[in-house]
Design a protein around this ligand. Structure first.
Ligand code: AVI
Length: 324
């Protein structure tokens, strides 16, 4: 009996179990929320993806920030505090913080749900003298509201949302999220938004299906995580990674395809799930924007696009959006 295996679940595990159950018991396309790709193993695999020759996205983001940090900072009113949604490795943020240090001391508020990620960002940026790092362990919008509430009168806020993380949001959720960001800001505040752009499929698809198999491991790790945390019995060798471009949504989708008809038991989420041969679990969408779509998005969420820098080597945009 499955019920015999159920133990007390932490609130996080209970939510994970509920999301896995809801996603895998969907009558049509099975799916898993992409946020669960990022446990400790998944985050390390993503770091590896970001240095793969086929995956140009992270390098393009870093290149733009390195080249244009001075131009970006010149467009911003001071005094300024900086907050970042998802602190990442801290490597990209360094350029912006160092450019700002030329003119003033800076409070930097990285917002992350993971204490481990915050700690590594603090380590990475600790040597920049004029920056005080004040980590906020919260969901993005909740954290941003907290940062805005701590604002020193007269100071402006620069929010960083880099790496095209916004492209992983569900359709329509990008605009809703940016509206939420805009609502926490006041006139004169700004958002620096990094987004991956549409590009030919012969460049795009290998970035999500590299020959070394790192992206496949990143994707399959979500099943391994369900095994580890919910005592499931997914046989990872009976699923394969699949990346395909959805023209309608302009997104690269990652799926896990069942190689045969099989049943998987997930005791701590109290269910069993059947797969037919070839059926897939949709694990992530990575939206690829067009430049015109970006200006519409900015406008629809209450920002004005004040400047934009595009990497020509790997089409990627850094857009400076002003709250007016
Ligand atoms: C984090 N995010 C922007 C990555 C992307 O490209 O959508 C996640 C990723 N998935 C597979 N490779 C990288």
């Amino acid at each position: 009996m499955i019920a015999e295996h159920i133990k007390e679940l932490s609130p996080f595990a209970a939510q994970f179990a509920a999301d896995v159950r809801a996603g895998l018991l969907r009558p049509a396309q099975k799916e898993l929320p992409s946020k669960y790709l990022y446990d400790a193993t998944g985050s390390m695999l993503f770091e590896a993806i970001s240095v793969m020759p086929e995956y140009g996205l992270t390098r393009a983001d870093e290149r733009l920030l390195r080249r244009h940090a001075g131009d970006i900072v010149r467009l911003l009113p001071g005094p300024l505090a900086v907050s970042e949604l998802g602190s990442g490795s801290g490597k990209k943020t360094r350029c912006i913080l160092e450019a700002l240090c030329g003119r003033e001391a800076i409070s930097y508020y990285p917002i992350e749900i993971s204490a481990t990620a915050l700690a590594s960002c603090e380590r990475e940026l600790a040597d920049i003298d004029c920056v005080s790092i004040l980590g906020v362990e919260r969901e993005y919008l909740e954290g941003l509201r907290e940062v805005a509430a701590r604002r020193v009168p007269g100071a402006h806020l620069l929010v960083l949302f880099l790496g095209s993380t916004i492209g992983n949001f569900d359709a329509g959720a990008d605009c809703r999220f940016l509206r939420g960001v805009r609502e926490t800001l006041i006139s004169g505040d700004s958002l620096l938004l990094g987004t991956d752009l549409v590009k030919p499929l012969d460049r795009l698809l290998p970035a999500y299906d590299d020959p070394t198999g790192v992206t496949a491991a990143f994707n399959l790790n979500i099943l391994a995580r369900i095994n580890r945390e919910l005592d499931a019995d997914f046989n990872l060798r009976q699923f394969e990674h699949l990346a395909r471009f959805n023209q309608r949504t302009s997104s690269v989708e990652m799926h896990l395809r069942s190689k045969k008809a099989q049943t998987v038991t997930i005791p701590r989420a109290e269910f069993m799930v059947r797969f037919v041969e070839g059926e897939t679990i949709w694990t992530e969408s990575s939206h690829k924007y067009s430049v015109s779509e970006l200006s519409n998005l900015a406008e629809a969420s209450g920002f004005r696009c004040a400047a934009q820098w595009i990497d020509e080597e790997w089409k990627f945009a850094e857009s400076l959006l002003m709250a007016e």
